[in-house]
Write a protein that binds this ligand. Structure first.
Ligand code: GAR
Length: 197
């Protein structure tokens, strides 16, 4: 059984796709042992509670320094003892130690086809604004391992999505979520879990 912790900052639709995937048997051999958010108001925490999953908030606002926050966050992770950490819209710069301790055991979903529209400053709606400004006709989403860089880790899975005439950033974001993110993130977890004892 693959024990996963999902880290979230916002609405948590990708978290919901994982919760549903486990419930429907699309993600096999996997247990969500906890959800951690840096944001007290994240609706993702409510989604976790509704599904009976232990949910925790570790907010930088409650700590005097970044180091104290990083330590509290790492302690919370360690207490949950995950095999795999899934970043599902987690908009926090990870402590370096976390990447060392959980090397090749952290995955992230990014809302573009890496290496396009990724790296520092490319998150959430900004990614889709940039894709529309560049005029690409195809975008998509990527699941990748997390290393020291921003969106530079080994790619696990990608799915392309068409950009349509008249798209707004919000419309494109929704299509990328529906057609790519909510499909490949559960699929990637299922694949990792299938090779886990
Ligand atoms: C998702 O689109 C995810 O790909 C993106 O944030 C959104 C979170 O939505 N992540 C990044 O941009 C990371 N660089 P959600 O909270 O509804 O899953």
């Amino acid at each position: 059984m693959l024990n996963i912790v999902v880290c979230v900052s916002g609405g948590g639709t990708n978290l919901q796709a994982i919760i549903d995937g486990v419930a429907e048997g699309k993600i096999r051999n996997t247990k969500i042992v906890g959800v951690i958010s840096n944001n007290t108001g994240a609706y993702a925490l409510t989604r976790a509670e509704n599904a009976g999953i232990p949910a925790f908030c570790v907010s930088p606002k409650n700590f005097g320094s970044r180091e104290e926050f990083n330590n509290a966050f790492l302690n919370q992770l360690e207490a949950l003892n995950p095999d795999l950490i899934v970043l599902a819209g987690f908009l926090v710069i990870l402590p370096e130690k976390m990447i060392e301790v959980y090397r090749e055991r952290i995955i992230n979903i990014h809302p573009s086809l890496i290496p396009s529209f990724c790296g520092t400053g490319y998150f959430g709606l900004k990614v889709h604004e940039a894709a529309l400004a560049r005029g690409v006709k195809v975008t998509g989403a990527t699941v990748h391992y997390v290393d020291e860089g921003t969106d530079t880790g080994r790619i696990i899975m990608q799915k392309a999505v068409e950009v349509l005439a008249g798209d707004t950033p919000e419309a494109l974001q929704r299509r990328v979520m529906e057609q790519a993110e909510w499909v490949i993130l559960p699929k990637a977890i299922d694949e990792i879990a299938s090779s886990w004892e």
